[in-house]
Design a protein around this ligand. Sequence first.
Ligand SMILES: NC(=O)c1ccc[n+]([C@@H]2O[C@H](COP(=O)([O-])OP(=O)(O)OC[C@H]3O[C@@H](n4cnc5c(N)ncnc54)[C@H](O)[C@@H]3O)[C@@H](O)[C@H]2O)c1
Length: 416
Amino acid sequence: MSEKLKIGVFGAYRGQAMIDVLLNHPKAELVAVCDKYRPALDKVEAKAKENDLKVALYKTFDEFENHPMDAVVLANYATEHAPYAIRLLKAGKHILCEVLPCETLSQAVELVEAVEQSGKVYAYAENYCYMAHTFEMWRRYENGDIGEVMYGEGEYVHDCGGIWQRITYGEENHWRNLMYSTYYCTHSIGPLLAITGQRPVSVVGFETMPAPWMVDLGSKSGLPGGVIIMNMDNGAVFKSLHGSLKREPGSVNYQVYGTKGMMESNRWNGEEMSLYIEGEELCKGELSHYKPEKFVSADLAKNFAGHGGSDFYPTHFFIEKILGTEEGKKYSIDVYQAIDMGLCGIMAYRSILTGNKAVEIPNLRIKSERDKYRNDHACTNPEIAGNQLLPAYHTGTIDIPKEVYESVKNKYELGK
Ligand SMILES: NC(=O)c1ccc[n+]([C@@H]2O[C@H](COP(=O)([O-])OP(=O)(O)OC[C@H]3O[C@@H](n4cnc5c(N)ncnc54)[C@H](O)[C@@H]3O)[C@@H](O)[C@H]2O)c1
């Protein structure tokens, strides 16, 4: 290859994970980074210097988007990915998008169409699909080891109470303070869809009571536990659990039951998993417990440790897909599957708001399904929803006194 791909990163907090991969990838180079928060840019500048590289740093998106580059990583606010992705796709850039893919159904439709019209690569950076256990389950499933999926469970339980000041900075309308229970769902659901290749067709959602300590920190939903039950297109049923529930360390846990066996991760030791494969005789088979090894680009991947080693792969497969390699085409998550993952949470909240009734998940691959949702802006963000605003908790948005945000901001500024 004569020249490396030129890639920029928008959002340099979580974006540091992608920046680290790009600074050390043989087929791409980091050319520009944008963040309005100067200390985040200073960190990038120091890393670039260490690597003897020149990286352009921008505080505003308008300046950043004019930098010459082939592709952009979106690691900005989770609810603002789709509008920026659409704008950049129209400008001819390939996109790697952090979680989540969209805030509304209207954005989902527009995003799918922007990808189709641009002919550019859109890849979804759901790194939880590439953890040691989930990626191994993907390989095992593809290999036919457990047959066809009948039931799956995914769990992402992460009580962010201890770090809330660092990730919301005391900003009342930070996306995390407006987030409802089922929105941040793709860490738990994403791997199940990637492993099995199944599409969700309908969902039922449930939420627990608000977490009192999250209300005290400014969350307008109280970030309850969220449960999503999905009917899949082959007749299987999947369940997802996530949210602020008490346990440390958090749970990143998956189970997949098939017609010939099952596999599951170890709830208290994420490095291990178990596999049961039925033999010739019914109900008799082999059970094994083991620590999976990386099996794709393992030499390169071992240099990156973030999130159980999974942080390397979204960026790597994105690069490989742009370059048209089999590895990239096979493992990079496309816009349709990204939208399937994200819509499970959006539609599950609709279900919660209607008293837990089942809600259909549109298949946006089909053009005729799109019109119904083109003007659907319902979400918990007043700036986007207009007169379709949803409450952040099913009985109503929780009223939080201004002093709460001031106190969180103080804690953040004191570095607590
Ligand atoms: N995959 C994972 O494991 C994982 C982990 C953490 C966060 N995330 C995702 O990463 C993304 C970013 O989350 P975060 O934790 O970094 O927190 P965040 O959303 O608060 O930070 C986003 C960063 O983007 C910058 N930014 C946003 N809009 C901007 C604009 N218009 N101009 C300039 N700068 C702007 C902010 O200053 C901030 O540094 C989210 O989508 C989140 O869901 C993913």
